[in-house]
Ligand binder design. Sequence first.
Ligand SMILES: [Zn+2]
Length: 291
Amino acid sequence: MAGDLGAHVRMDEQNTPFVDEPLITDLEGYEKLEVPDIKDPKTRSHVLVEGTGIFVEALGKEVVTAAFLEGPLLALTQTRGAEYVFKDMYDNDSSRKAVHAALETITDYDKEMVKAFAEKKPAGLVWDYLWGSYSCLGDTEYMEFEGQHKYAGCLNELVQKEGMANCIHNCADLPHLDTQIKAWKPAIYSMAYYPLIPGSPSAKEVIQKGYADVSLVGGNIDPQGFVRWKPEKMVDVTKKLINEVITELKARDLGGRYCIASGCEVPPALSTKLENIQACVDTTKQFGTFA
Ligand SMILES: [Zn+2]
């Protein structure tokens, strides 16, 4: 999205694309943002919509398919640079107003994307609401700059209105689970786990606190493991997670729902071992069922 708004995006062959030249360099830049024409075949947005159509057609009858889209605050931080956006939020009234003006424009852009994806009929749409993290924003700030109805609230509703399951991915260390799961009630919530960060919610805690009663929670294998581990270690890690999840689900009379999965994107690198993906899937099929 940042690229189609005008920022320069570096596309390495074996890495996730990232912005190396932000578009917004001053407060006026926020106000000047415009929703791009997503029907223009030169835009990445168009490519994503068409690509989603291709995989839905090829795989939609076999697996659950989903479009993937960045939330307004994530797209804005990529267009301006996160440290500047967080500073501008609080610098003064006019900088705060400028941030909101840009978020409104990007929300309109997101709405166009949701409608375009809906025409391709994926089962769901996954939001990347990355900044719903207590290490960046408290509840009040998150509500003002993303959580409120005119941003994420209306986008979540639009996804469902357009006939797709509303799903959220958040790989933050300290995610806003009460807002993003308990208040928004997405069909699927995908999340990571950071064992070294105090307070990072484990699968056990997420189930114990009732979040998996509301949404199907997906997680939380370390994505780097798909590159670094040997398949034997992937089997061990997957088994351990299955055991943790089954124990907790049984303790709640199987009330919750949990999907064994990577905590974030499996790295799009040639060094990612396909055997590790296979090992994770096979182990889950073998040990993840219970009467
Ligand atoms: Zn992620």
